[in-house]
Structure formats: structure tokens, C-alpha cells
Design a protein around this ligand. Structure first.
Ligand code: NDP
Length: 452
């Protein structure tokens, strides 16, 4: 059977681009279709612009702290339009790098939507069809507006924030996950009055309970109006504001509203089910440990499979797919002990189990320290950091680590290596502290705060 390509990748995000590029580098004939912009969620409307906004928003606090340290500086105004222009120039630059890396590797790029005709045939929007020995679906996911709420169409999703014309004065954010908490902190740091509504009992469901409580407190201390256990009931566009009625009986007037209610896999309308690819309840593509779907020639990686929806995981899944299919070395992506960070301010980095999950698994010891670091104590700033280790009582291995601190994303990357290597509490104890730092606490916690 003649094929036009050895691999056809649908989706130019982190997972798809990595797989296409590395497969082409093995000598395979590879094509990739992307209907929007190269780089996907991470580069265009996710991690990258979000992190740049985190940086931008951090300066208000830094200027305040500088004053307390003796500098005579004034914050002045934040120029959203100036920042937005620079932000989009940076995204254009990164998109161009993604594209040129693909081209350099010899990948044929089709800037169109692609769907499936059969297990080996891809159809482009312009009607052209290509036959490929393997097809990789890496179409990612998308945010949504809950259509059960009257007036929901007045709200934005996170991607709209990067495109807004002006910075709103007052914003309502709905949701309690990564995106809602990150944007609440970002906009608060930029001087926007932020109200956040979350329907559950505590934000960041799935994370360590103690850390969730700590973050919620810090967010409230910063002036974010956080309301848990309630939701939005209706939204109305009024002459000069959005009027929002909530289930706890409040009426709120804001200039903008953002839903961060999770993401849905981009699997609809691709012709997947017709060719025999199995989809889950949320539309996620069901794959085996090697990212292979129910159709042997079709694989899927990244958010469209709704496993662990993080850029570096999608990249690892793409790399493992290439190793398996193009290098003859069956490789499962490793989904165990994946460190991650929520870029709140301060950040929350975690790896491994929560205390609650660990307790279900085996007897544990919990080591935890929450304190005002030197830099804050000096200027009377109340913001406390948190360092927490969950240790197996039997094997002594670190089962989980949770850090809430400035740059916790950077810290947890380092701790992640030790935890992945199977470090024990005694390995941490044997390591000499770096003094004076706040993270020295991670090797200085002597007695468990509780055993469970
Ligand atoms: P999450 O799944 O983390 O959170 C969604 C939130 O929306 C939850 O609090 C959920 O509540 C709430 N929610 C869901 N449906 C509704 C509804 N109909 N009405 C009101 N609230 C609702 O999704 P995010 O959008 O925050 O992020 C998506 C994914 O992207 C994350 O899971 C993560 O994998 C990734 N991401 C990673 C980042 C990082 O690494 N720093 C940053 C941003 C995103 P409930 O808890 O009750 O279900």
C-alpha cells in the first residue's frame, strides 16, 4: 500500500510538534496540519503568555517591598496596551521558531484543519487527501462557557484575557482550578479588583488540603474577594457593567467576567468515531499505555487524551510515541511523580501524593513548616511560605512534597529530581542547609507534625 507520509500529525501544539520533528529526524516522511497558530495552547494562549503576565503582575508587590527596604520609588500606572503589544510580539517570535524548527526537520506543514476519512487517510479543509502509515492526533483542548448560566455568553475564557483592549477595573473569575487561581493573582497584581467564585468547599480541588487552605488565605490577604461554596446564577449586560447574581444571594457589578471552568478535549468533528477511535465521556481519546487508540494506525497524545494535561507531559508522550513507532523501542510515557506548579503569587509547587491520598495508601509521617521568610519579616509583610513533606513511615521515602513560596515552581523542579530518585527523609536530613534561604527548611524539619 502506498503512503504519502510515514506520519501525519494533526495539531501543532507541544505534543504534536515534538512528535513531528523528532519523527522527521529519524528519516520518516512527516506532515503536520494546524488550523490556527503553531505552538498550540501553551505558546499561544496558555503557559507562555500567562507566565509573562505573572512576571508583569509581580512588579507591583516588588515596588512596594523595595520602598519598605529603603528605596524611594513610586509604582506609577501599568500600561496594558504597551505590555500587550510586547506580549504578542513575543508570541509571534515563538510561533515562528516552532514553525522553522519543523521546516528545518523536513516536516511538511499544512495550515488547515484536517479530519479523518479512514484509518490511514487525512482530509484537509481544501479537499486534498493524504495517506499516512501512522496518524497522530494532538489537537489539545479548549475552554468553555457553561451554557446553563443565563448570560454566560457575556463572559470571557482565559484566552480572551490576552486579547482584551483595556484592563478592566473590576473582574469576576469563576472556577477554583489552576487557571482561575492564577488569573485571580495576576489581575490582582495588575491592580484590578478581583472577585473569585468557586462552587466547591475549597479552591484547587485535588491538591493537598493544607496547601489549598494556605493558598486561599494568602489570596484573600492580598485582597482577592474569594467566595467558596457558591456559584454564579445569572449574568446581565447593563449599560456600564456586567451585573451578576450569585447563588449566595449577592449582586455584583463588574467590568468583565472570566470563566475558568476546565477544558474539553478537541476531538469533535475529526471523524474519529466513524473510523473506530474510542472516545470517553468528556470526548477524550482513549489510548493505551503507548498512546495507541483502538485503531492500530492512529495514536493520540496531549490534552486530547485527558491524562495529565500539562505541556511537558504532552511533550514526553509525543517523544515516547516516536521512540515506540519510529525507533523500534516500545516506550510508555511516565506519568508517575510529575512535578507541577500553580503560578499563583506566591507559587504552589507540588510533586507526588497529597497528604490525603498518601494516608489512604500507607502509614505516613507529615513534616510541615509555615513561616514568614526573612525577606518578608524584615518589612512586616505577613505572607507566609509553606514547606511540607509526606513521608512513608515504613520505607522512609518522600511520597509527596508541597511548597508554597516565591518561585516554588523553580524549587519543586529540583525536589522533583530527588523524589523521582526515591529519596528518603533521611537523605533530605543528611543534606546540609543552604543558609540563609527559606528552602533550607526542607532539610531542617526534624519532627513530624503528625503521623497517620
Ligand atoms: P481545572 O479542571 O483545574 O479547574 C476547573 C474549575 O472550574 C474547577 O474548580 C471546577 O470546579 C470549575 N468548574 C467546572 N465546571 C464548572 C461550571 N459549570 N461552573 C462553575 N465552575 C465550574 O481547569 P482549569 O481550566 O483551571 O485548567 C485546565 C487544565 O489546564 C488544568 O487541569 C491543568 O491540567 C492545565 N493547566 C496547568 C497550569 C499549570 O501547570 N500551571 C496552568 C493552567 C492550566 P470543581 O472543582 O467543582 O469541578
Amino acid at each position: 500500500m502506498a503512503f504519502d507520509f510515514d506520519l501525519y500529525v494533526i495539531g501543532g501544539g507541544s505534543g504534536g510538534v515534538r512528535a513531528a520533528r523528532t519523527a522527521a529526524e529519524t528519516g520518516a516522511r512527516v506532515a503536520l496540519a494546524e488550523e490556527y497558530r503553531m505552538g498550540g495552547t501553551c505558546v499561544i494562549r496558555g503557559c507562555v503568555p500567562k507566565k509573562l503576565m505573572v512576571f508583569a503582575s509581580g512588579y507591583s508587590g516588588a515596588i512596594e517591598a523595595a520602598r519598605a527596604y529603603g528605596w524611594s520609588v513610586k509604582a506609577g500606572a501599568f500600561d496594558w496596551k504597551k505590555f500587550r503589544k510586547a506580549l504578542h510580539a513575543e508570541l509571534d517570535r515563538l510561533e515562528a521558531i516552532y514553525r522553522s524548527n519543523l521546516e528545518k526537520a523536513g516536516v511538511e506543514i499544512h495550515d488547515q484543519r484536517a479530519t479523518l476519512d479512514d484509518a490511514h487517510t487525512v482530509r484537509l479543509a481544501d479537499g486534498k487527501t493524504y495517506r499516512a502509515k501512522h496518524i497522530l492526533i494532538a489537537t489539545g483542548g479548549h475552554s468553555f462557557l457553561p451554557d446553563t448560566v443565563p448570560g454566560h455568553e457575556q463572559a470571557w475564557t482565559s484566552g480572551d484575557v490576552f486579547l482584551m483592549e483595556d484592563l478592566p477595573k473590576r473582574v469576576l473569575i469563576v472556577g477554583g482550578g489552576y487557571i482561575a487561581c492564577e488569573f485571580a493573582c495576576i489581575l490582582n497584581g495588575l491592580g484590578v479588583a478581583v472577585t473569585q467564585y468557586y462552587r466547591g468547599a475549597q479552591i484547587l480541588r485535588g491538591f493537598d488540603d493544607e496547601a489549598r487552605g494556605h493558598i486561599a488565605e494568602l489570596m484573600q490577604d492580598q485582597g482577592i474577594g474569594l467566595h467558596v461554596g457558591s456559584d454564579v446564577e445569572r449574568i446581565e449586560k447593563r449599560a456600564d457593567c456586567l451585573w451578576v447574581k450569585t447563588t449566595d444571594g449577592r449582586e455584583i457589578e463588574v467590568d468583565a467576567m472570566i470563566y475558568a471552568a476546565g477544558r474539553i478535549p478537541n476531538s469533535a468533528g475529526l471523524g474519529l468515531e466513524a473510523v473506530g477511535v474510542e472516545l470517553g465521556r468528556r470526548g477524550e481519546i482513549i489510548v493505551d499505555d503507548y498512546s495507541q487508540t483502538a485503531v492500530p494506525s492512529i495514536f493520540a497524545v496531549g490534552d486530547v487524551t485527558d491524562r495529565i494535561n500539562l505541556t511537558p507531559v504532552a511533550i514526553r508522550e509525543g517523544a515516547a510515541f516516536v521512540e515506540t513507532v519510529f525507533n523500534g523501542n516500545p516506550t510508555k510515557p511516565d506519568h508517575d511523580l510529575v512535578p507541577s506548579a500553580v503560578f499563583t503569587q506566591p507559587e504552589y509547587g507540588s510533586v507526588g501524593l497529597t497528604e490525603e491520598a498518601a494516608r489512604e495508601q500507607e502509614p505516613i509521617e507529615v513534616y510541615c513548616a509555615a513561616f514568614r521568610p526573612m525577606q518578608n519579616a524584615f518589612i512586616g509583610k505577613n505572607e507566609r511560605v509553606l514547606f511540607k513533606l509526606i513521608v512513608s513511615a515504613e520505607s522512609r521515602r518522600i511520597l509527596g512534597c508541597h511548597i508554597i513560596a516565591p518561585d516554588a515552581g523553580e524549587l519543586i523542579q529540583m525536589v522533583g529530581v530527588a523524589v523521582k530518585m526515591g529519596a528518603t527523609k533521611e537523605d533530605f536530613d543528611r543534606t546540609v542547609a543552604v543558609h540563609p534561604t527559606m528552602s533550607e527548611e526542607i532539610v531542617l524539619m526534624k519532627s513530624p507534625v503528625r503521623k497517620a
